[in-house]
Design a protein around this ligand. Structure first.
Ligand code: FAD
Ligand code: DLZ
Ligand code: SF4
Length: 510
């Protein structure tokens, strides 16, 4: 009998660990303390994953498999995946443990010890749910000075023939980003996102999470997420029919009270396996071909999945474990408390943090240009920022969170992923959102108590890191502007930054 272990983010019927499974094999799934608390995940994320795991186990049982499911509150639950596998090996005539490669480096390293510790063959199979393998990515990356997603993405378009004609990319261009930066219109109404009612399984998990994780961040209710394959497919359909058409236009826009904008809200389903990347890509491509979605939206959406998602995973496996330690700017300020409470007078941050707390979700531009941008220019310790992102979002796993946080938002890898830091002043946020009109600060005031903190923190960041950034060709105009500044102006930026950090309880200087 083979023991086939399925992890919480491996909820795909066609996963390699289930391939060739016979009804004599034992399929094992476990809710364990180690995975639920290695960072203190958002309560909604745990509800989502435990409920999705339970639904997946039920569907395997219905299909006739013998499934052993360990609930979190099982008195015999050892609290770790290895412990549970060991416990079952003792009870059943297991000849081999079979598992698909976990998404995170940490767990793969742990699993490498299992065979000798448990005294049983452990076969770790490839995770073939992605559209490129770590080996393919490594060979693509070999010899390149810089790794740019755009070129990787073009190769992926060619490889899979997505949005291609024989002559090249459909529409004659690989990307339509120039059309995808529209600010929000006044009185814009955004279609409501897909929501589902909780069934009894989810309600049971809600009670469990309330009892066992009271000190974890975030609100459990309302709980709108799908927790089954059918539900996730409905969520995808809902996005494609209601929101994809304007996804591109307003990809970077933010409106107060509209946490989802035109984003798909499928990351959590993709990352736990309820949806597969190619079916999402095909669904969007079909909408383009039947005329219900324009090219700028379709291409923009597909690029996120076929390009960015695969690219960051490739980078993760290429560069771990060193990647986690990188800190290009030697940033060392602690994460401000308001990242947990939302209690800040900076309205953009308050909105994004409160929405994160309510929904275990923020869309890309909130994560990058508000929450990440602040952490970058304020010089927050990357480790603390990584942990925050890993625990607050329902779609967060180390392999995708780390490159996005460390590489994209914080430039902690010194430019491996991004060609320049995504640092911006208040005028960017003012242009792309309506947050500033409800803020105590003014985005047009540059210094002093009324000034938007993003303004002087931006210049303070550039001043502090000039030696590291001046040579970057994409920042030439920034340093030309800085060089024209008077000494008084430069001092004002530094003084304002220090006053600001003192006000928020951070006194140390980097
Ligand atoms: P949409 O905007 O509708 O995009 C569609 C899909 O494309 C997403 O579901 C996702 O699977 C994929 N995608 C889009 N952008 C990226 C990207 N940069 N990297 C990888 N996949 C992408 N994404 C995660 O899945 N998990 C994370 O933990 C995560 N952390 C992030 C942290 C920071 C600082 C930043 C800047 C981005 C992060 N992202 C992460 C990427 C992106 O913000 C989310 O994938 C997206 O917001 C999820 O919402 P959505 O499903 O509505 O995505
Ligand atoms: C994220 C998560 C959580 C919260 N809980 C569990 C769990 O109890 N059991 C499980 O098998 N997986 C869980 N996961 C997902 C794992 O953390 C994930 O499989 C690894 O991080 C590898 O990506
Ligand atoms: Fe954010 Fe500055 Fe705008 Fe306030 S003024 S919402 S702090 S960008």
């Amino acid at each position: 009998m083979k023991l086939r272990l399925v992890l919480g983010d491996q909820l795909t019927e066609t996963i390699s660990s289930l391939s060739g499974a016979s009804h004599d094999d034992l399929i094992v799934m476990c809710e364990v303390r180690d995975e639920a608390t290695y960072v203190k995940h958002h309560k909604k994320k745990i509800v989502f994953l435990f409920s999705a795991m339970r639904h997946f186990a039920q569907s395997l049982s219905r299909a006739g498999y013998s499934v052993h499911y360990v609930t979190y509150d099982d008195p015999e639950n050892s609290g770790s995946l290895k412990g549970e596998v060991g416990r079952l090996i003792g009870k059943h005539p297991v000849s081999e443990v079979v598992v698909t490669t976990p998404g995170e480096y940490r767990l793969l390293e742990d699993m490498k010890q299992w065979s000798s510790l448990l005294q049983i063959p452990v076969t770790v199979l490839e995770d073939d749910r992605f559209l490129s393998t770590p080996e393919e990515f490594a060979s693509w990356a070999k010899g390149r000075k810089q790794l740019r997603m755009e070129y990787f993405y073009r190769d992926m378009r060619r490889k899979y023939g997505v949005l291609m004609t024989e002559a090249g990319p459909i529409g004659g261009q690989w990307n339509f980003d120039a059309e995808n930066r529209k600010p929000p219109a006044e009185d814009q109404t955004v279609p409501a996102p897909f929501v589902t009612d909780m069934d009894q399984t989810t309600k049971d998990v809600v009670t469990l999470v309330k009892d066992h994780f009271p000190d974890h961040f975030g609100d459990i209710l309302p709980f709108p997420f799908a927790v089954s394959r059918d539900g996730a497919l409905q969520a995808l359909d809902h996005f494609v029919s209601e929101r994809l058409c304007l996804f591109g236009d307003f990809q970077d826009a933010m409106i107060q009270g509209e946490p989802w904008m035109y984003h798909s809200l499928i990351g959590l389903y993709l990352n736990c396996g309820l949806l597969t990347p190619m079916e999402c890509i095909k669904r969007a491509e079909a909408a383009f071909h039947d005329g219900s979605a324009p090219l700028n939206s379709t291409e923009g959406f597909i690029r996120q999945i076929l390009g960015w998602r695969e690219f960051v995973r490739g980078l993760y496996w290429l560069k771990m474990p060193e990647y986690k330690e990188l800190n290009f700017f030697d940033a060392n300020r602690p994460l401000p408390d308001f990242y947990w409470t939302g209690q800040t007078q900076m309205n953009c941050l308050r909105q994004c943090i409160e929405e994160t707390k309510q929904n275990a979700y923020a869309h890309h531009i909130q994560r990058l240009m508000v929450l990440g941008n602040f952490a970058l220019i304020a010089g927050i310790d990357p480790k603390q920022v990584q942990d925050w992102y890993l625990l607050v979002y329902a779609d967060a796993y180390d392999w995708v969170e780390l490159p996005n946080v460390s590489g994209m938002a914080l430039f902690a890898d010194g430019g491996l992923l991004a060609s320049k830091p995504y640092a911006a002043s208040g005028s960017y946020i003012n242009k792309m959102s309506d947050y500033c009109s409800a803020c105590r600060y003014s985005p047009t005031v540059k210094n002093g108590p009324k000034a938007c903190p993003f303004n002087y923190l931006y210049w303070d960041f550039m001043q502090r890191n000039a030696a590291k950034l001046r040579g970057n060709p994409r920042l030439g105009f920034v340093f030309r502007n800085m060089d024209r500044m008077s000494d008084e102006k430069r001092w004002a930026n530094g003084d304002d930054a220090l006053r600001f950090f003192k006000e928020i309880g951070i006194n140390e200087k980097i």
